[in-house]
Design a protein around this ligand. Sequence first.
Ligand SMILES: [Zn+2]
Length: 382
Amino acid sequence: MEDAQGGLLFTHLGEASHRAAGGGLTLTSGGSTGNCKHITHSWAFNDSIVPLGARVFGATDDPPRVVINCLTPGEMQGAFQYAAGIVRHIGARLLPAGALMGIQRIARLIHSQAVDALICTPSFAAALFNHADVDEAQLSSLRWLYYIGEPCHQPLREQLARDWPALSIRSLGYSSTETGPIGFQCAHLEHGFYHLHADAMLLEVVDPVSLRAVADGETGEFLLTPLLPDQVPLLRYRIGDRGRILGGQSDCACGSALPILELQGRVETSIKLGGAIITQRQVLCILAKALPELHASHVQVQIDRQANGAHLQLLIAQERLPAGAERVIEEALHNEAQANALLGLPGVLGLQVRRLARGDFETTVAGKTPFFVEVRGAPAKS
Ligand SMILES: [Zn+2]
């Protein structure tokens, strides 16, 4: 519906949700590229999503006891309060640190309070577990990492599994600001797989163009219809994710009969530039010729829009690009037909390749590291 109505329908729904009696929690929806909207969820809705989120802890007889919440508090984001509600629901002790205390203070807190579970974004986890001044012993009490807010990409999962073998890494849940919780990852599900909260959420898998249902078990775009009562109904909401629902009976070892979905990623991340739409896949496809095995999480495209046009900076994670190879990549791009066409678009002033630690890529206020990011005038952090 966002596509068809240019977001107008969502804007009207948002305004109606603010006016509803009884108040509620107003959150910013979407928009890492400035396209911000707001939606208000009733307090009853906020209460009812907490037990859904707590399903990730299941009937385990060994739940976390001391949890540090390092999500972004405030900033019109709901995840911090949601996570706090879940920790309260399971009866654990909660340390509301937030993402901005500073990595070293957080590491000291984890050590002094014998914290066994960490809730944060994958970007935060990468910063904490790779910080030069954090001693391994300071984090040795941690047994669980629950991430939320963005996907935990394979390179980070592999690195954490290698360097921190005692740490279990799981998603705190598949959810969104607009819809609330969609799925949970029980202890038996692999990365990318979730039990659908089928009693609270209707999920349809459709062809992204025709919007017709795909065959059972096939991959398509997700349309979401939350079933929990709220200020306004969201019907067949296009969240922008794609995946599939596994066919047949769910006979998961956890005992849940809830169906299992596989989340395969975003429908497509793109930006508008010079009147054209540039997709993440195009950028990675062009780069693959010079740098095979480059993953989306190794790259960030920064767009600095000025009055006379846009400057592009292509950041590549430093471990994926030899020192001094930036000019070689720039030249290769100018000689590659598709990249050259992109750089010739009206309003594109130039492209610079930079080699940078992934932890120094731009992040959103919610602690996510987007593939495309608009920057204002300032050069990237270095
Ligand atoms: Zn299960």
